[in-house]
Design a protein around this ligand. Structure first.
Ligand SMILES: [Zn+2]
Length: 273
């Protein structure tokens, strides 16, 4: 057998490496367009909470808002005249909940149903006495264990103007809660020890408290409602939540990746970042 020169072997190895590398190259990342300027303007004009997003997360935030608007269908209900302003405002509030690394964009939600104001629904779930009432119940929002979230636009607007109630944060917190159907009142987590310890203590505290200073008493209904109500307080009353419920605030600060207590949102002059 004719001996092969080491240089020839080296050259062959280089060629093979290039060919194999070409064959198995990972697909080039898709060029991702930015949030269109019009949506961007609508976002920062309408959603005061956007200033709570630190500069390091603003691109992620805008990408999530863009994806939300492209992926979720908005359905106007009961004669509502749906506008782009409404869609962007809902997307802007909802996406604040999914800025942490690895967060998924509410994969179960396919549609957002929007009413002009509060709406009435019939529930077939039995009450604590086992009775099912056919009387319609007034609702400002609903999150179905399925593919849709229902919202009252009047209440979305109220949240944008500083109301303690933030129906978008509340209903989309229910969506996070549904990520792990085995645990109520918590999103999907690798380790539940800190979450369950803090949330249980605060939940029981709310159940004992007759006139809670920050949290809506409705949160005492169930661990799931407590998660929703506490999320509303985190976004609407961050400083007060930190003052009265420091551990709960710290838990949400670490989970959502935002320091909402730092920002006095309403009345402050807002400008585009
Ligand atoms: Zn709820």
């Amino acid at each position: 057998m004719t001996p092969v020169a080491p240089e020839a072997v080296a050259a062959l190895v280089v060629v093979l490496a290039v060919v194999i590398g070409w064959m198995f190259r990972s697909p080039r990342p898709r060029t991702v367009a930015e949030l269109p300027p019009q949506w961007r303007e609508q976002l920062y004009r309408q959603v005061p909470h956007a200033v709570m997003v630190p500069a390091a997360l603003s691109r992620i935030y805008e990408d999530r808002v863009r994806d939300f608007l492209l992926q979720k269908r908005f359905v106007p209900c009961a004669g509502l005249k749906l506008s782009d302003d409404m869609r962007v405002a809902v997307a802007g509030l909802a996406c604040l909940l999914v800025l942490r690394p690895g967060a998924r964009l509410f994969p179960d939600v396919r549609a957002v149903l929007l009413y002009a104001d509060r709406f009435y629904v019939k529930h077939d779930e039995p009450d604590e006495f086992g009775l099912v009432s056919d009387a319609p119940v007034e609702q400002l929002g609903e999150s179905w264990h399925g593919d849709r979230v229902v919202l009252s636009w009047a209440d979305v607007e109220a949240a944008l103007h500083g109301d303690a109630v933030n129906v978008v944060a509340h209903e989309f917190a229910h969506q996070l809660d549904d990520e792990n159907p085995d645990v109520q009142g918590a999103p999907a987590l690798h380790d539940y020890s800190r979450w369950s310890e803090v949330m249980l203590r605060e939940y029981q505290r709310l159940q004992r408290h007759r006139r809670p200073p920050v949290l809506d008493p409705y949160g005492a209904e169930s661990p799931g409602e407590f998660f929703g109500v506490a999320t509303e307080a985190f976004f609407q009353r961050g400083a007060a939540l930190r003052q009265h419920h420091a551990e709960l605030y710290a838990l949400f600060h670490d989970y959502y990746g935002l320091d909402t207590a730092q920002h006095a949102l309403w009345g402050a002059h807002r400008k585009m970042p």
